[in-house]
Write a protein of this length. Sequence first.
Length: 451
Amino acid sequence: MRRRRRRGRREAPMDRISSRYPEGFRPGRTAAVFLVLLVLCLSFAGCGQEAKKANGQILRFYTWKPNQPEVWEEIVRIFEAEHPGVKVWREIGPHSSTSFHDLLTQKLKNRSKYLDVFLMDVVWTAEFAAAGWALALDDRFPRTEQSRYFANVIQANTYGGKIYGVPLYIDTGMLYYRKDLLAKHRLTPPKTWPELVRQAGIITAGEPDIYGFSAQFKQYEGLICNMMEFILANRGRLIHPETGKAALADQPAREAVQFVRNQIIGKTAPAGILAYEEPESLALFVQGKAVFHRNWPYAWEAANDPSRSRVAGKVGIAPLPAFPGGASRAALGGWQLGISRYSENKELAWKFIAFLSSPRIQKLLALKASLAPTRKDIYDDRDILAVCPQFREMKRAFVSAAPRPVSPLYPALSNVMQRYFSRALSGAAADINRESLAVAAEMEQLLTLAP
Ligand code: GLC
């Protein structure tokens, strides 16, 4: 009843009004047309916003907390100034490679469109490629351009014949030492690990409050790098490259682990080193509390900056020691730039990557943050060699750096190895023979799952 009455009330005035307008003109219809036009305009405006974004007004860059934040601020400022209207939004992940991996892959698993460019550790290529998270860059990064980079980093970014990352900087483990303290005792940088332990003993005996060595032995990716260096220097392996079988139960690998547990942890280095990542271990060295320090190239700038370091000007750099009969081997590390497959801004993402990896920015990163360039010819640059003379020597170490195992299952393998190393190093009672057999078996199982 009520509905009928309402309809009646509405129809009557409409009819009355219509008679006051020219024929064919219907205010109701006009209002509807107006409404449709309004909606269309608004949605075009919306599309405009979307289009603006798609044209790259906002670029989302997933990165970690840098050691030299001011350098990254400067780089982003330059990019934004050269691309008016573009804003780079940096999302800062954790410093640890392992935690960074977990957060980044969470976003990728969720197919987040709020992610355009990300940093990738050199060991993630296979996983990111196999999962389809990183875009293949072959069209944008052709072989002619790849040939300007160190071959080992290009190889590390390649999986199944395609390239997935542009190498931003290269890392290799190096030995930092206190030039002044070695000179005081008439010592030269140690060539073997037993020699390092002996020298550290001599120096620390006369120096209160100073430890012999600092490095990274917490349970995370850095532990793999450090332990791999000891193991390779003793002619051992993590995985046999020829057979693809786990090699941690082999004698050279077991001996190296035993050496670290008996001679390094709680002896040459403080026991607290079991909780150290790069920043904590570097802090010990720059505070003047360690004679020797294992770290990546960036530590050079930090250790020689008088505003942050008590040992500026007193630092020497050398290849990592070997074991008698073995050879010095450094882990290949470093960070690459990748584009998310789910990015809606792929063209702008590529512009950003091309900018970051350009000779100009690699040079800036080398000069201001002592990050080692991945482009070969930058090593002949006079400005760089004047500020970073260590790069001349380091170049050899970069070329011969040892990659960690390549597998889409690398994070899982790494996790298994991290737990083994951590158990073996922290428990004096841990039976390394038994534990190493167990970890090798666990790795074998994972390796059979790899495609
Ligand atoms: C550095 C290296 C990286 C490695 C990490 C371990 O960031 O570049 O490759 O995985 O250290 O802590």
